[in-house]
Ligand binder design. Structure first.
Ligand code: GUN
Ligand code: FE
Length: 461
């Protein structure tokens, strides 16, 4: 989709969150982008150099103007999503996790042995994510090597930055015969192959592709495979992702098996390293949190999925104050929505319930709320979906600052079926940003650029 003349400068008004807890509104700014898609310069409107810089790129024909009524946001960083679960998004969410896995998820994921089917689903998923502004995604694939490599290729072709792992689930006692790794040795060998193949794709992908060592979660895996994957993480330095401390059932099963909780068991298998991504973690204690912060482990907060499967809300503000990296994940299909907008909203909402507790039949102090300091602001949640994800992954993304990859979503606030202008009433930058984050639909996202290149253009359809 690369245009004949690649835009190298972007003029318009942009929102981003370089710091947790506040946002910046870059009004009528000029963002200059290098050949490699990284931001070179951000020239503010009141900078005396802006007029000359604008004239120069205009003359060169490399200027892209967002236009009236349009605003730029960084591309979102979805740090936890299951690619093979896309066909069952929104289904069977009333089931407990173990039944949802056994009766729905494993039969579905097993179909990805068919690489043609996988390519069909994955092409659609990547397009749908880009159309909602997600320029970076951390995927759990199925247990199949070939389909997972195909996903990395599709992301590279379409311009989505990807971190992707073949899901490992080898325990014959925990997984059906029709869908599991043949043995711990085979699972580790397949993961080694995945690392090589995705690294090769990453070398030719403009936005980048990274392999991720991906044990599904402890209950799916034998000790042998967990040890083997931990050794592989040590020897390759590859990313690691898994589910951690998601629900009471998982918590109890791990405690009974090892006499220690999920986080310590994962640590002792060598799976907790800098930028390892642990999905969910609502049960993470203060002490476990300190260990995460020390090791540089990141939490993928998945507020929608937690409401279904965790019977709990992850205390994100506590994680942040402990110094833990936190990003946001859709967790398709434990979460129903592929949209990071939806998850930004849910993160704020569930934090309000965590603050107060929910049983109004009890006196306020007995409702189980964690009290003041617990809630997330909308701007903090926006940070989690952008800069927080970048920090979790240790990649220079998701803010409009020199040296960062230029990933942009262009929001039109005046669409026929989705007017976000508020009739001009309450029109401060925070009001505009709030309307965009709370009310926008995929139709408001008109263009998406990844690493400086146009990857989705709804106006051209
Ligand atoms: N735990 C193990 N597998 C899964 C999964 O696919 N989704 C969620 N939410 N939790 C899991
Ligand atoms: Fe998940």
């Amino acid at each position: 989709m690369e245009k004949a003349t690649q835009p190298r400068a972007f003029y318009g008004s942009f929102f981003h969150t370089p710091e947790y807890g506040s946002f910046e509104y870059l009004e009528r700014a000029l963002i200059e982008v290098g050949e490699d898609g990284a931001i070179e310069r951000v020239i503010a409107h009141d900078d005396p150099n802006q007029a000359a810089a604008l004239a120069k790129v205009r003359e060169a024909g490399t200027l892209y103007e967002l236009g009236e009524g349009r605003f730029g946001l960084p591309g979102f960083v979805d740090i936890h999503i299951h690619s093979p679960q896309w066909p069952q998004a929104a289904l069977a969410l009333d089931e407990p996790l173990y039944r949802w896995l056994d009766e729905r998820t494993f039969p579905l994921e097993s179909k990805f042995a068919d690489v043609d089917f996988a390519k069909k689903v994955y092409s659609d998923l990547v397009d749908q994510l880009l159309a909602r502004g997600s320029t970076t995604a951390v995927y759990l694939g199925s247990a199949h090597l070939e389909a997972t490599v195909a996903l990395a290729e599709i992301c590279a072709e379409r311009g989505q930055r990807t971190l992707v792992g073949k899901t490992v689930m080898d325990d014959p006692k925990a997984n059906p015969d029709y869908y599991r790794d043949a043995s711990p040795e085979q699972a580790v060998r397949d993961t080694e192959t995945l690392i090589r193949e995705v690294e090769a794709i990453g070398r030719k992908s403009r936005a980048g592709a990274w392999p991720v060592i991906t044990p599904r979660f402890i209950p799916s895996c034998t000790d042998e495979v967990l040890r083997g994957l931990g050794n592989l993480a040590e020897s390759t330095g590859a990313y690691v992702q898994t589910h951690c401390n998601e629900g009471q059932w998982e918590h109890d099963v791990v405690l009974e098996r090892f006499g220690k909780t999920d986080p310590y068991a994962l640590r002792d298998f060598g799976l907790l390293r800098e930028h390892s991504i642990m999905a969910h973690c609502p049960y993470l204690t203060e002490e476990e949190g300190e260990m995460f912060a020390e090791l540089g482990v990141a939490v993928a907060h998945c507020p929608t999925a937690n409401s279904y499967f965790s019977s709990a809300v992850a205390p994100v503000q506590r994680f942040r104050s402990q110094g833990i990296h936190v990003g946001l994940g859709t967790d398709i299909s434990g979460g129903y929505s592929p949209s990071m907008y939806e998850n930004i909203r849910q993160a704020v909402l569930v934090s309000r319930l965590l603050e107060t507790g929910v049983n109004a039949q009890l006196p306020p102090e007995e409702r189980g709320g964690l009290g003041e300091g617990t809630r997330l602001s909308l701007v903090e949640s926006f940070w989690l979906a952008t800069a927080g994800g970048a920090e979790a992954l240790g990649l220079p993304l998701a803010t409009f600052e020199p040296g960062r990859a230029f990933d942009l979503q262009v929001i039109d606030v005046k669409r026929p079926d989705s007017d976000l202008t508020g009739f001009g009433v309450f029109d401060e930058p925070i009001d505009r940003l709030a309307r965009i984050l709370y009310l926008s639909t995929p139709d408001n996202v008109r263009q998406v650029f990844s690493q400086g290149v146009l990857v989705c253009d709804k106006d051209a359809r």
